[in-house]
Design a protein around this ligand. Structure first.
Ligand code: MEV
Length: 439
């Protein structure tokens, strides 16, 4: 494999038996496959990472830090490149689901993904504009000067190939406070998420836009509907790869397409369907210190762009009988600056991913979203979602009841066997163990 970052030659993300190792052995394996230093590994394992002192600089009234599990999704091949993907999420089955689907997708060459340039939108709302037509002509006649003014604010962004790209105007003849105009500044923020750049530009240009329009500027902020910054992924799986106990691959493929079709027409299902996609995308966003709320906002607004909320993904059968999946959504993510740099674990995770460009991170995230969607649809079309969930849920219930070490698996297995996954039952099993140990 080509090696253009932190991953050694001959690296494969297919790691059979990885899930059976204990945590220490998994970390040793990751250390061997990556070029993470001891500090990175400590941050990833949770022995260091975000300290209360660092947290104190990040939010107001900091009391401490809050932990979440971080798992490693294996098997991913994206644009021909092997990727090990850190995911931060409290929900069982998500990391396993992504890894399993990435394994199946390998049979069709893995995931293919592209990401648009990092074009962000700043909005400046103008009220009481006396003459829309005249304001529009004035603003557009000064387009080059306005763009230069933005670039003057961001010399280092411009030096890295980013900068102001366009000025657009939208008008609303009606609103709860009367007619209004909104100016969009389009700025390429390159490898940063770009919120600061865009918000600074909106505030800096508002007085000039007031002058040119004769109106009054109110709101000056980025739009989270970053629809100039889309990422898309697709994959094709031979039907044979989908065969599962008792079901032919073709039946699973058709079941997946039927299950997806409900999300295509029904917002009640689309919300759940898209939530499954975001399970994967958010988990990588959090692991890399990205703002998952802005990604969520953009994704759901994009899902409603036609006027009715629908599925973000598209599933079909190819002429050859393979299952084809496609996913497209806005992904305003950064690989530099902000929390991606300040948070030691986010920094280590970006190194583990081997990512330095925001577009590359977006390509990984959209691929994980597609894998996650496939995992949910496959399970729903085949054995049902609870089958896989139950074993992991039982482990959480066992731990909540106080099971430790090898007790966790023992109690969880018993709960599943009895199909009675309740806290009270887990507590009773632990008490029974304690009695027999003492007696
Ligand atoms: C659960 O977190 C996500 C799913 O509900 C997604 C789906 O139904 O497609 C399983």
């Amino acid at each position: 494999m080509a090696n253009d970052s932190n991953t050694p030659e001959e690296f494969s993300s297919h790691l059979p038996g990885f899930h059976k190792l204990d945590q220490a052995a998994r970390l040793r394996k990751v250390a061997k496959l990556s070029q993470l230093d001891d500090q990175d590994l400590a941050a990833i394992s949770g022995t260091s990472g975000l300290s209360p002192a660092l947290a104190d600089h990040m939010v107001e009234n900091a009391l401490g830090v809050f932990g979440l599990p971080m798992g490693l999704a294996t098997n991913f091949v994206i644009n021909g490149r092997q990727r090990l993907i850190p995911m931060v999420i409290e929900e069982p089955s998500v990391v396993a689901g992504a890894s399993y689907m990435a394994k199946l997708a390998r049979a069709g060459g893995g995931f293919h993904a592209t990401a648009d340039p990092a074009l962000m939108i700043a909005q400046i709302q103008l009220l009481d504009v006396p003459d829309n037509q005249a304001a529009q002509s004035q603003i557009l006649a000064n387009r080059e000067r306005l763009l230069a003014q933005i670039d003057d604010l961001n010399p280092s962004l411009v030096a890295h190939g980013g900068g102001a790209r366009d000025v657009e105007i939208r008008t609303f003849s009606e609103s709860p406070v009367g007619p209004m105009m909104v100016v969009h500044l389009i700025i390429d923020t390159k490898d940063a998420m770009g919120a600061n750049t865009v918000n600074t530009a909106a505030e800096a240009l508002a007085p000039e836009l007031e002058r040119l329009s004769g109106g009054r500027a109110r709101l000056r902020i980025l739009s989270n509907l970053a629809d100039r910054r889309l990422a898309r992924a697709w994959c094709e799986l031979p039907a044979s790869a989908l065969a599962s106990a008792g079901m032919q691959g073709e039946d699973v493929r058709d079941g997946i397409i039927e299950a997806w079709a409900l999300a295509a027409v029904d917002p009640y299902r689309a919300a759940t369907h898209n939530k499954g996609i975001m399970n994967g995308i958010d988990a990588v966003a959090i692991a890399t210190g990205n703002d998952w709320r802005s990604i969520e906002a953009g994704a759901h607004a994009y899902a409603a762009r036609s006027g009715s909320y629908t599925s973000l993904s598209f599933w079909s059968a190819t002429k050859e009988g393979s299952l084809r999946g496609e996913l497209e959504l806005p992904l305003a993510v950064g690989a530099v600056g902000g929390t991606t740099r300040a948070h030691p674990t986010a920094r280590a995770n970006l190194r583990l991913l081997g990512v330095t460009r925001a577009s590359e991170l977006a390509e990984i995230m959209v691929s994980v979203g597609l894998a996650q969607n496939l995992a949910a649809l496959r399970a729903l079309a085949a054995e049902g979602i609870q089958h896989g969930h139950m074993a992991l849920h039982a482990r959480q219930v066992a731990m909540a009841a106080g099971a430790e070490g090898s007790q966790v698996d023992r109690v969880a297995d018993q709960l599943v066997k009895e199909a009675d996954i309740r806290l009270e039952r887990a507590q009773a099993l632990l008490e029974a163990e304690a009695v027999s140990d003492n007696g």
